[in-house]
Design a protein around this ligand. Structure first.
Ligand SMILES: Nc1ncnc2c1ncn2[C@@H]1O[C@H](COP(=O)(O)OP(=O)(O)OP(=O)(O)O)[C@@H](O)[C@H]1O
Ligand SMILES: [Zn+2]
Ligand SMILES: [Zn+2]
Length: 805
C-alpha cells in the first residue's frame, strides 16, 4: 500500500505530494485525512495523507514511521477545500490543512485510548479486553510498544464501533482541567463501616448515607457541600479504605456554569416570513444559493437565522454560524444557546487551547449540530452541512491577515456548494462588494427595511464641533449631547457613549519643540498607557517608561495628548457627578469573562452610561438605552485606506442602532469636524442605499473594488536598499506579464514604512480579469524562495487585502 503525503515543511519546493510505503504492521490503519510521521531527508516530520493507492511511479520508497490518528481528522471535503485554498489564498498545502485544525493537534500531546463505557468491555475482542479489564484509559505508547501488530488494528476497529475513543491530552498545564472525585470502594464497605461507627461520628455517618443513596463519583468540593462535612472527614474515610479518591479529566465547557432558559421560536413578522421562505426552499430542495439579508438594526435578522437553523436540524443537517470576534458579543452566543441548548458548540479566540480542542471534538464526533464561532469556525469538521450563516458580513475580521489569507465568506460559499446548501450573509450595512453582487443577482437579495413591531429607527442629530468651538464650548461634549445626557440621567434611562479606538490613541508630545515619542523599531508613535504609566508600541510590543523630559530639547513640558476612554471617563465624572459609568475597552476587559460581566451589570441597570470603543458598537440589545453619543465620528475617516468611508458609515450606523430598540424611542448625537462628508451625513437618514450609490461612484472613479480586484505584494527586509531593489524588480515583472487592462502601482513605501526594524515597500495591482495572475504570483514566490527561506527577506502577497498598512 502506498500513501501520498503533504509534509510539514512549508517552503516552495516541498509543496507537493510525496509517496511513502505503508509497512505491513500499519496496513489497514491508514486512511486519507490522517496525520502521519514520515522520514524527510535527515528529519522526521508530520504530514497529512491525501490519497492512498496501490502503486507508485517511483521504484524506491521510504516507509511511513507512525500513524498519529485512528480516525481521519480531515474529511475528504476538507482535503479538497485545502486544495482550493492553496490557489485562492495563495498558500502552501500544509499551511492550508494546519489552519483547519485546532492548535492542540499541532502541539505536543500524549495520546490515550479510553473505554467509552464499562459495559462495552464484553464486546471488545479478547486481546483488547485484557488491556481494559482494570483500567478505563490506556496510553497509546503502551499499545505500540507491546509489539502486537494485530492489536492496533483491533483497537482501531473498536474506535470505529464507538467502544473506544482516542483522546489527545493537551500538554499544557494551564488548560488541562482535572477534578478530584471520591467514590465508595463498594457498597459492602459502606454498610460495614456504618455499623462500626462511633455514635458521635455524625459527619462520617452523613457521608456514608449519602453514598448509599448516590453511589456515583462526586467531586470533593461538591460532597463537602452536600453533606456539610470537611476535607478531613472525607480523608479519614479514604484512609479506612471505605472511599477512594482519584483525579478525572473533565470536558471543559466554558458555559458549564451558565443556565440557559429555553426559548421558543417567535411568530415571524410578515417581513421575516418573506425573507425566510426562499431560504427554506433552498434548504429543502438542497439548492446551493447565497442570500444577502440586508436588514436594518433591530429588524429581527437573528430570529431569521435561528429559525433557518431549526429547519436545517429538522431535516437532519448541521449549521455553522459565524459572528465577528464572538467573545465580544456574549449576547449573541446566549441567544443560540437558549434556543438549541447542548447542540451548540462555541469556538472563539478567547478559549484556551484545551477548551478549543474540546469544542472541536464535539463537532468531530457529531455530538453537536450547531457551531457558533469566529472566523476559523468556518472549518468546523461537520460532514453534513445544511446551512452557513455569516452575521455582520461586512466585518473586516472575516479576512485572515496571515497565511492562509482567506476570507471566510469565500470559504463558506465553497463549502456550501459542496454540500448543495444555502449561505446567508446578514448585515444592516453590507460591504460594497457583497451588495453589488446582490444587485447583479449573483447573490439573492432579501431586504428588511423596518424594525420589528413598528419600532422606529432612532432620530440622528449631527453636531459640527467647529461651531461648538466658535461659541466657546471647549469641552468634549457638545451642548446638545450635554443636554440629552442630563435628560437621560434625570429620567433614569441609559446612554451609550462611543469613542473610536483607531486613530484616537493617546500619544506623547513635547509642548515646546513638538517632538512626538516614536518607537525605535517602527515608524509609528508610541501610545501612552495610564495604568502602567508607560509608553507602548502597538506593532512590535516595545515598551518604555514615560519620559520626564523631552529627549529632543530637554524641556519638562512633555505631556500625553489625545483622548482615550479613561480621559472621557474622568470628564464624565467632572461634568455629571454621580452618574454611574461602566467603561469597556481593552484595559477593562482583559480578564476572562470581564466583558460579559460588565454587560450584565449594565443590563441589570447598575450603570447609567456605557462608555466604550468598538466592542460596544454592535450586537447589544438593551431596552433601556435611549441615547447614543458618538464623540468623534471622523477619527477613522482619514486613515490611508480606500475603505475608510465605508467603515465610518458602517460603524456609525451600527452604533446608532443600539438606541431605542424596544418601547422607548431612541436618539443619536454624532459629533464631528467634517459633518459634510457623505459617510457621516447619510447616517442621519439611515440611508444605506444612498451611501452605496455615492461610494460606488467614488470607487469607480478610483478603480477600486468592487469595480477592480486588488492584490498587494509587500516586501520587507532590514536594509532599505534591498527592499527597494526587490520591489522594483517584482513590480517591473508584474507590469511586463499582465495585460494592459490592469493597473500596477509602485514601488512605494507602505503606509507604515518600518515595523520591527524591517523596511516595507509594496506594489499594488488593480485588475478586472487576469487569468494568469495566480501563476505569475507563484512564479514570484518561487523566484525568491531561497532568500525567503533563509528568513531575512519576506515577500507576502495578499490577493484581497482588507487592512492596508
Ligand atoms: N418575530 C418577532 N416577534 C417579536 N419580537 C421579535 C421578532 N423578531 C425579533 N424580535 C425582537 O426584536 C429585537 C430585534 O431583533 P434582532 O436582535 O434579531 O435584530 P437584528 O436585525 O439581528 O439586529 P442587529 O443587526 O441590530 O443586531 C429583539 O429584541 C428580538 O427579540
Ligand atoms: Zn515598534
Ligand atoms: Zn522638546
Amino acid at each position: 500500500m502506498i500513501v501520498q503525503v503533504v509534509v510539514d515543511v512549508p517552503t516552495g519546493g516541498t509543496d507537493r505530494l510525496f509517496d511513502y510505503k505503508v509497512p505491513t504492521h500499519l496496513q489497514g490503519m491508514v486512511e486519507s485525512g490522517m496525520r502521519v510521521i514520515v522520514p524527510f531527508g535527515p528529519r522526521k516530520v508530520q504530514g497529512f495523507v491525501i490519497h492512498t493507492s496501490n502503486e507508485s511511479d517511483l521504484a524506491k520508497l521510504k516507509e511511513i514511521d507512525e500513524v498519529l490518528d485512528v480516525t481521519p481528522v480531515l474529511t475528504n471535503e476538507l482535503l479538497e477545500l485545502g486544495d482550493w485554498l492553496t490557489t485562492n489564498a495563495l498558500c502552501f498545502k500544509i499551511t492550508a490543512y494546519q489552519s483547519m485544525l485546532p492548535a492542540a493537534l499541532k502541539a505536543k500531546y500524549k495520546k490515550e485510548v479510553m473505554l467509552t463505557n464499562h459495559e462495552y468491555l464484553q464486546e471488545l475482542p479478547i486481546e483488547v479486553r485484557e488491556w481494559f479489564k482494570h483500567r478505563k484509559v490506556v496510553d497509546w505508547e503502551e499499545l505500540i510498544t507491546s509489539g502486537d501488530k494485530q492489536l492496533l488494528v483491533l483497537v482501531k476497529k473498536g474506535v470505529t464501533q464507538g467502544l473506544l475513543e482516542v483522546i489527545h491530552k493537551v500538554n499544557d498545564k494551564v488548560t488541562q482541567k482535572t477534578i478530584r472525585v471520591v467514590e465508595p470502594v463498594s457498597v459492602n464497605s459502606l454498610t460495614n463501616q456504618l455499623h462500626q461507627l462511633d455514635n458521635r461520628a455524625l459527619k462520617q455517618k452523613r457521608v456514608i448515607e449519602y453514598f448509599l443513596d448516590n453511589p456515583e463519583p462526586i467531586s470533593v468540593s461538591a460532597l463537602m457541600e452536600q453533606t456539610d462535612t470537611t476535607r478531613s472527614t472525607i480523608k479519614s474515610l479514604v484512609d479506612k479504605l471505605v472511599l477512594t479518591e482519584k483525579e478525572v479529566e473533565v470536558m471543559r465547557d466554558p458555559y458549564v456554569n451558565r443556565r440557559f432558559k429555553k426559548t421558543e421560536p417567535l411568530p415571524l413578522t410578515a417581513h421575516q416570513q418573506d425573507v425566510i421562505t426562499p431560504i427554506f426552499h433552498s434548504l429543502i430542495e438542497h439548492q446551493h444559493q447565497t442570500f444577502l439579508i440586508h436588514g436594518v438594526t433591530g429588524s429581527g435578522k437573528t430570529e431569521v437565522y435561528l429559525q433557518s437553523i431549526a429547519k436545517a436540524l429538522e431535516i437532519g443537517k448541521e449549521a455553522i454560524v459565524l459572528v465577528p470576534e464572538i467573545s465580544l458579543t456574549p449576547q449573541m452566543v446566549q441567544r443560540f444557546k437558549e434556543r438549541f441548548g447542548s447542540l451548540v458548540a462555541v469556538l472563539h479566540s478567547g478559549l484556551s487551547t484545551g477548551e478549543k480542542y474540546d469544542e472541536w471534538r464535539k463537532i468531530h464526533h457529531g455530538r453537536v449540530k450547531v457551531v457558533v464561532g469566529a472566523r476559523s469556525a468556518i472549518f468546523a469538521p461537520f460532514r453534513n452541512i445544511g446551512i452557513i450563516i455569516i452575521d455582520e458580513e461586512h466585518e473586516a475580521t472575516y479576512k485572515q491577515e496571515e497565511n492562509p489569507r482567506y476570507h471566510a465568506r469565500d470559504v463558506a460559499i465553497q463549502r456550501a456548494s459542496y454540500y448543495q446548501c444555502p449561505v446567508i450573509l446578514g448585515s444592516a450595512t453590507p460591504s460594497l462588494e457583497t451588495y453589488a453582487r446582490a444587485k447583479k443577482g449573483v447573490y439573492q437579495l432579501l431586504e428588511m427595511l423596518t424594525r420589528v413591531n413598528q419600532v422606529t429607527l432612532p432620530a440622528v442629530e449631527i453636531i459640527d464641533m467647529r461651531e461648538e468651538l466658535k461659541t466657546g464650548n471647549r469641552s468634549m461634549f457638545s451642548k446638545a449631547l450635554h443636554e440629552k445626557l442630563s435628560d437621560r440621567l434625570a429620567r433614569g434611562e441609559q446612554s451609550v457613549l462611543f469613542l473610536n479606538r483607531r486613530g484616537y490613541s493617546t500619544f506623547v508630545m513635547c509642548r515646546d519643540c513638538g517632538y512626538v515619542a516614536q518607537c525605535p523599531h517602527c515608524d509609528i508613535s508610541l501610545t501612552y498607557h495610564q495604568t502602567s504609566r508607560s509608553l507602548k508600541c502597538h506593532y512590535c510590543g516595545h515598551q518604555e517608561r514615560m519620559p520626564q523630559t523631552c529627549s529632543s530639547c530637554n524641556s519638562e513640558h512633555i505631556r500625553f495628548f489625545g483622548s482615550g476612554t479613561q480621559k472621557v471617563e474622568e470628564e464624565v465624572a467632572k461634568v455629571f457627578p454621580g452618574a454611574r459609568v461602566i467603561r469597556m475597552d481593552v484595559d477593562t476587559t482583559r480578564k476572562k469573562g470581564a466583558h460579559e460581566r460588565l454587560l450584565t451589570q449594565f443590563a441589570e441597570g447598575k450603570a447609567d452610561i456605557l462608555l466604550g470603543t468598538q466592542m460596544i458598537a454592535k450586537g447589544l440589545d438593551f431596552p433601556n438605552i435611549t441615547l447614543v453619543g458618538v464623540l468623534a465620528a471622523d477619527s477613522m475617516l482619514h486613515l490611508p485606506d480606500f475603505r475608510a468611508s465605508e467603515r465610518t458609515f458602517q460603524l456609525l450606523t451600527q452604533v446608532s442602532g443600539r438606541a431605542g430598540r424596544h418601547q422607548l424611542p431612541g436618539e443619536v448625537v454624532i459629533q464631528t469636524y467634517t459633518p459634510e462628508h457623505y459617510s457621516i451625513d447619510l447616517v442621519k437618514n439611515h440611508d444605506f442605499h444612498a451611501f452605496f450609490e455615492k461610494e460606488m461612484g467614488v470607487r469607480r472613479l478610483q478603480s477600486y473594488p468592487p469595480y477592480y480586484y486588488i492584490t498587494v505584494i509587500q516586501v520587507s527586509h532590514p536594509e532599505i536598499t534591498k527592499v527597494i531593489d526587490v520591489t522594483e524588480k517584482i513590480t517591473a515583472y508584474v507590469r511586463r506579464s499582465l495585460s494592459d487592462q490592469s493597473v500596477v502601482l509602485g514601488p512605494v513605501a507602505s503606509s507604515i514604512p518600518r515595523i520591527k526594524d524591517r523596511y516595507r515597500y509594496q506594489c499594488m495591482i488593480k485588475y478586472k480579469n487576469e487569468p494568469r495572475l495566480v501563476e505569475i504570483l507563484k512564479e514570484i514566490i518561487e523566484n525568491y524562495k531561497k532568500e525567503t527561506n533563509q528568513g531575512t527577506l519576506q515577500v507576502s502577497i495578499d490577493m484581497n487585502p482588507y487592512v492596508l498598512m
